[in-house]
Design a protein around this ligand. Structure first.
Ligand code: ACO
Ligand code: HSE
Length: 403
């Protein structure tokens, strides 16, 4: 195991370095595990690197650690301002920080970039030991593989049991997999807008996005990473994002916001765009500039394969393994992961009483937008102590090296 600091936009430093006591909060680091790292498919990755960010300080007994897991196109920058390597502020910045729902004066928050991603963790755009990029040769991953890698990271950080594992969408799939596969390491659970198993329709949406990328001539069978800049499958990735983004928002929101209006200065009857088309173009353009198409395919395949009940006697039996206190939340206007699906999971999880419903006009993206309601759920899961101690007195340095 090695660790160091990096930014996804910068070349990795040699395998060395590490966090030191007193490091500023929001420190970005990475951990590399020597392989072979066995995958559910039966193949191996020769080595694995996970990028992660942390906020707060780990208590001497390691009991104040909270794992926060991002969605499909998210990354480890869950909190903090925009800056080098981070075009936007953290995606849950409103929730993580001193005095916020995930109070970093009390909790040590860890957010890894998912295995298969493209923001510092091993994925299709990473280089292999011979210097070539994985590209099409990158193996199929499952949510279980991603959680296994996160468990290796927890081992390395000396975190035997998370006080809570929290995630939305694809991050919620991983949170649920943590609870089912590692109940002894998952102290409590918050799953937002995520299913116990992807349905036919969810797989269908994902497969259309994968097809959009693969049908772009720039895909080149997945071997485009060393092609000249600009010749990759950008059009396909942009189309995938447009398809996905419609599923992330509600019909009512799109209608209220854009209706049939033309984009200012453009006339649809003369080849111009509707406002909603321009909006989708904008989101496609933004994603293409920050995300790798190969990672998009690998992560979407992992979401399509997601089924906590596979090989465990079915969903109901699998969920019964997870007895920790749990909150399962759905968004009332989510058409991608309808709340009724999560209500079934809530009914089956021993530690969850009933589905929590986030009210939002925004659809699936409500787990990113409705931070007040999400914060209330986090506070319910991790209530403030009756007598808080002075912040920052209980802390231990993270190990510089793992065995
Ligand atoms: C866990 C994770 O997923 S982490 C990664 C965070 N997620 C993403 O980045 C996914 C992409 N973004 C989103 O899904 C959303 O922007 C969210 C969820 C982050 C925030 O949602 P909202 O605040 O409702 O933003 P919304 O979807 O309205 O988009 C606003 C953008 O659309 C642009 N826009 C709005 N109308 C139009 C239009 N007619 N034409 C062109 N652009 C438009 C705005 O200018 C704004 O641009 P900017 O983001 O570059 O400043
Ligand atoms: N906007 C989110 C939706 C997927 O949950 C993302 O891009 O990751």
């Amino acid at each position: 195991m090695n660790r160091g600091t990096t930014s996804p936009a910068l070349p990795l430093p040699p395998a060395a370095g590490g966090r030191r006591e007193g490091d500023p909060p929001g420190r970005r680091s990475w951990a590399a595990f020597d392989g072979p790292f066995g995958l559910e498919s039966g193949t191996d990755l020769p080595d694995v690197r996970l990028a992660y960010e942390t906020w707060g300080h780990l208590a001497p007994d390691g009991a104040n650690a909270v794992l926060v897991l991002h969605a499909l196109t998210g990354d480890s920058h869950a909190a903090g301002p925009a800056g080098p390597g981070h075009p936007s502020a953290g995606w849950w910045d409103a929730l993580i920080g001193p005095g916020r729902a995930l109070d970093t004066d009390r909790w040590f928050v860890v957010a890894p970039n998912v295995l298969g991603g493209c923001q510092g963790s091993t994925g299709p755009s990473s280089r292999r030991s011979d210097g070539t990029r994985w590209g099409a040769a990158f193996p199929r991953l499952t949510v279980r593989d991603q959680v296994a890698a996160e468990a290796r990271l927890a081992d390395c950080l000396g975190i035997g049991r998370w006080a809570a594992v929290i995630g939305g969408s694809m991050g919620g799939m991983r949170a649920l997999e943590w609870a089912v596969s590692r109940p002894g390491r998952t102290g409590s659970l918050l799953v937002l807008a995520a299913p116990a198993a992807s349905t036919a329709e969810q797989i269908a949406w994902g497969s259309m996005q994968i097809a959009a990328i693969r049908n772009d001539p720039g895909w080149q069978g997945g071997r485009y990473h060393d092609a000249p800049p600009g010749s990759g499958p950008h059009r396909g990735l942009g189309l995938a994002r447009r398809i996905a983004h419609v599923t992330y928002r509600s019909e009512a929101e799109l209608d209220t916001r854009f209706g049939r209006r033309a984009q200012p200065g453009e006339l649809p009857a003369r080849g111009g765009r509707y406002q909603v088309e321009s909006y989708l173009d904008h989101h496609a353009d933004k994603l293409v500039r920050r995300f790798d198409a190969g990672s998009y395919v690998v992560l979407t395949q992992a979401m399509n394969a997601h089924d906590v009940g596979r090989g465990r006697g079915g969903t109901a039996r699998a969920l019964r393994r997870a007895g920790m206190p749990a909150l399962i939340a759905g968004i009332d206007s989510d058409r991608l992961y309808p709340p009724a699906q999560q209500a079934e999971a809530a009914a089956l999880l021993p530690g969850a009483d009933h589905l929590r419903v986030i009210e939002s006009p925004y659809g699936h993206d409500g787990f990113l937008i409705e931070t007040e309601q999400v914060g209330a759920l986090v506070r319910e899961l991790l209530p403030p102590p009756h007598r808080p101690g002075p912040p920052g007195t209980d802390r231990r340095p993270l190990p510089l090296e793992c065995p």
